[in-house]
Design a protein around this ligand. Sequence first.
Ligand code: GLN
Length: 321
Amino acid sequence: MEKRITKKELKKIVSDAYEHCKKIKEGNNAGYIPYLAKENSDLFALSLCFVDGDIINIGDYDYIFGIESISKVATALLIMKEYGCETVLNMIGADATGLPYNSIMAILLENDHPSTPLVNAGAIAAVSMVRPVGNKGQKWKSICDNINALCGSRSEFIEELYHSEALTNFNNRSIAWLLKNYNRIYDDPELSLDLYTKQCSLGVSTEQLSIFAATIANEGLNPKSGVRIFEARLSPKIISMIASVGFYEHSGDWLFSSGLPAKSGVSGGVMGVLPGLFGISAFAPPIDKAGNSVKAQAAIKYIMEKSGLNIFDSCSIRIDE
Ligand code: GLN
């Protein structure tokens, strides 16, 4: 059975999801990063960007928040562009850890085999790989240029968020040095940690993240700027990483209940990709114990359920004679 849905119907579902979820009170702002702890908990935004560039926006869609772990998706793409997928698989890996995003245990358990660029350890290793190795200024420019290109407009460095994280990131510092111990970091650990912290502190809106996600859904061609950001063959690679570990230890539950590969960040942002159709993004600061926004999850699940769309539903795929 082929499924059909109009943009108008989707627009109605998105606005219903917003109304339905805005009263949710569960979850708490991330407590371990002071800037995030004091962010307004009532902020709520939803954006959906179709692969033709049309956008549905609702709520605080132009509010700028810290991209946090969603930046890991961008830098994973950057190193796949620079080194190729096989090298990234060998130097970092693409395995779900099944453990929290900042797990040190995951590194100890898999010290002979790295995990994925989408958890802290792999993300710090990914930043360490960004070229030119050893040149902090150029590496930072390359990371920012890549995120801006994916979003189709400039991200904003949130200085206060960066300082807030840099003063409290003792766990990530341990991760960077533990990676060094296992020869799994490919540039200076302090340089890599600092650039990782900076990339997490880039500010974006849900509108920008929906364009980022739509660029992945559109096989690397940014539907807003019309610029090709990466080769089409990298799309399924990054989507597989997002699907396997985008919600950390809750990734399986998330995929099972939403049918949408998506990546979360502790600031309360979520970015999801439905290949060939659209990118979606939601933002609301209160998160659950795994670090995933409660309202954003509820809203995206609502949209997926009501629209009947699901990445695992093969009903519209045809094999010709
Ligand atoms: N900057 C955060 C950290 O390293 C990112 C974590 C996240 O968004 N899950 O802890």
